[in-house]
Write a protein that binds this ligand. Structure first.
Ligand code: NAD
Ligand code: MG
Length: 398
């Protein structure tokens, strides 16, 4: 039996992970579940999976959860805050940790799991974007097993040689083809983009996901963050990563080799495939995903990305080329911008404008230690908030 901690259990990835556990309950047992504030949903999950611990972000939610758990006589203990998250990530009895908290909040608990040498199922791309060098170094030093869950990176992982070890040249890898659906606004009139609503931005054509990553997919910042993620995971330079729009989301990404071979991983767009892959690696288990029907699909299309339509994509490539804290700055500015957009405080196109301005105002420096990264994250958030408060990017200024 393998014990799993699920960070961000109430989210889209968290719930898909629990579904894979449910289908393979003879192999996996839930050690701990965590959530931000969704007490009702985590109670439901505790009833079904009887974890040892459930961790809420704040003590008030943990108190509310604890009262319900006791009233119902459930065996789960409620904890709170980063200390609680660290405990359930690094506990001796834990075999693998699903890192599926959204945003920078995922960094410290994920690092705790890395430092405890666990198998990390990495969905939380933001932690790698913020602190890639430190993160990958910690993986090496602590002998953690890092399995990418982001569907593109999972696909690339599956298409790389078994003992790849980030040695691009000797393994004959020419480049990575990172596929992107293009999101809900791939063909929207450019003039109409600024007026799109959060609801339209969150209506992804192929993947049901949390609201933050849905907006990132609509701006294609998600693909930018993924390009950065790919550079860290697979030891690549930005020029080695080519983004290809593939609206059907059937090919999840490809590896192009020097002999002209291109290996692709395909499947229906359902995150339970990469999740099950990460959990069972190097084996395979049932994920509940329908078999791919290529004849029914009929066709697969490809096109080049339009950087004018999706300026966030260029910002991400620029940030990875700048290096150091530039990526943490971009990530933090983007989290604030997306939140402001979701709360009707700024318009859709302001997300890229705000990100660009924060990157211009703040100077990047080498990201040599965690404190430097956390400081860059904080400064970028403050700067982005200040620019929003000044009203320059107001929703009404559309
Ligand atoms: P989501 O918004 O559906 O869920 C986020 C989870 O994190 C929830 O359980 C929430 O309670 C928790 N959380 C949020 N803020 C928190 C905080 N401050 N402290 C502690 N917990 C907090 O998001 P999601 O779509 O499941 O995405 C999760 C991560 O996985 C993101 O980093 C995303 O980029 C990545 N990812 C998601 C998908 C997908 O299909 N949903 C695909 C690839 C990668
Ligand atoms: Mg992805």
């Amino acid at each position: 039996m393998q014990n799993i901690t699920i960070l961000g259990a109430t989210g889209s990835i968290g719930q898909s992970t629990l579904d894979v556990v449910r289908r393979n309950s003879d192999r996996y047992s839930v050690f701990a579940l965590t959530a931000n504030r969704q007490v009702d949903l985590i109670v439901e999950q505790c009833r079904e999976f009887s974890p040892l611990y459930a961790v809420m972000a704040d003590s008030e939610s943990a108190k509310a959860l604890s009262a319900i758990l006791r009233r119902e006589g459930l065996p789960t203990e409620a904890l709170s805050g980063v200390d609680g998250l660290r405990l359930v990530s690094a506990h001796d009895d834990v075999d693998m940790v699903m890192a599926a908290i959204v945003g920078a909040a995922g960094l410290l608990p994920t690092l705790a799991a890395v430092e405890a040498g666990k198998r990390i199922l990495l969905a939380n791309k933001e932690s790698l974007v913020m602190a890639g060098a430190l993160f990958m170094d910690a993986v090496q030093r602590h002998g953690a097993e890092l399995l990418p869950i982001d569907s593109e990176h999972n696909a690339i992982y599956q298409c790389l040689p078994v003992n790849y070890g980030a040695e691009q040249e000797s393994s004959g890898v020419r480049r990575i083809l990172l596929t992107a659906s293009g999101g809900p606004f791939r063909t929207t009139e450019l003039d109409a983009l600024q007026a799109v609503t959060p609801e339209q931005a969150c209506a992804h054509p192929n993947w049901p996901m949390g609201r933050k990553i849905s907006v990132d997919s609509a701006t294609m910042m998600n693909k930018g963050l993924e390009a950065i993620e790919a550079c860290w995971l697979f030891g690549l330079q930005p020029d080695d990563v080519e983004v290809v729009i593939h609206p059907q989301s059937i090919i999840h990404s490809m590896v192009d080799y020097v002999d002209g071979s291109v290996l692709a991983q395909m499947g229906n767009p359902d995150m339970r495939t990469p999740i099950a892959y990460g959990m069972a690696w190097p084996g395979r288990i049932d994920s509940g995903v329908d078999p791919l029907d290529l004849v029914k699909m009929g066709r697969l299309d490809f096109e080049a990305p339009d950087y004018k339509r999706f300026p966030c994509l260029q910002l991400a490539f620029d940030a990875v080329s700048s290096g150091g804290t530039a990526m943490a700055i971009l990530n933090a500015a983007n989290e604030v911008a997306v939140d402001a957009f979701l709360n009707h405080r700024i318009g859709f196109c302001h997300i890229a404008e705000l990100n660009r301005e924060v990157l211009e105002v703040l100077e990047a420096c080498p990201a040599d230690d965690l404190q430097t990264v956390l400081d860059a994250d904080r400064s970028a958030r403050q700067q982005a908030q200040a620019l929003i408060t000044q009203g320059k990017y107001g929703w009404e200024a559309r």
